[in-house]
Design a protein around this ligand. Structure first.
Ligand SMILES: *[C@@H]1O[C@H](CO)[C@@H](O)[C@H](O)[C@H]1NC(C)=O
Ligand SMILES: *[C@@H]1O[C@H](CO)[C@@H](O)[C@H](O)[C@H]1NC(C)=O
Length: 187
């Protein structure tokens, strides 16, 4: 009787290990090899943020929705929502190739620092789909790397890194970021 039970246990264990083996094989055959030295797709876009100042409703593409005072000199707590144009060149009047929709907020009392979330929405004859970026954006640094966490449509399941360079700013009225987009996973 005891012999019978241990045989049964052995059989169950064996089939479990075979199952795990099979599963790990399937998973590894689906995984693509990622070359971190060479992105599978790379392109540059320019992000234009025109802040609403109470007077420029036609021109503005971004709005400060919260701006607490008295928390230091670095806009701590300021929260901005935007629907910004993305262009191929640096001119904010150029035909946008996509829009960046999202928000950022200032989150440091000792220096300017922000946290940034955005979905780049492509809806043209060339490209349809989205890319979503989420990360800290310590914008006093000359360049920042932010993670690209996913995508849809032409960018389905994409992942990568975007390097931000603030290449122009006009006080808090207007700023432009160069977005150097590098995808390391493309499908
Ligand atoms: C994408 O563009 C098409 C054609 O201009 C338009 O009909 C559609 O509403 C757009 N979709 C979005 C999500 O903006
Ligand atoms: C729109 O905003 C840009 C950037 O601040 C500015 O240079 C331009 O003069 C504005 N245009 C209008 C019509 O207000």
């Amino acid at each position: 009787m005891a012999n019978q039970t241990s045989k049964q246990i052995f059989k169950t264990l064996l089939s479990f290990f075979l199952f795990v083996l099979l599963l790990s094989d399937t998973v590894s055959s689906v995984r693509k090899s990622i070359n971190l030295k060479k992105p599978c797709k790379r392109f540059v876009l320019h992000f234009h943020n025109i802040a609403y100042d109470g007077d420029n409703a036609d021109n503005a593409t971004s709005a400060t929705i919260v701006n607490p005072l008295g928390l230091g000199d670095f806009s701590f707590g300021k929260f901005v929502i935007y629907d910004n144009p993305l262009t191929m060149d640096e001119n904010y009047l150029s035909e946008p190739v996509a829009r960046a929709q999202g928000f950022f907020f200032y989150n440091k009392k000792t220096t300017y620092n922000s946290w940034f979330a955005s979905t780049l929405i492509f809806n043209s004859t060339q490209h349809k789909g989205t890319l979503t970026l989420i990360d800290a954006n310590p914008f006093m640094e000359p360049t920042r790397d932010l993670s690209i966490v996913g995508g849809t449509g032409d960018f389905i399941m994409s992942r990568g890194v975007v390097t931000f360079t603030t290449d122009f700013f006009e006080g808090s009225k207007y700023f432009r970021i160069k977005m150097d987009i590098k995808l390391y996973e493309c499908y």
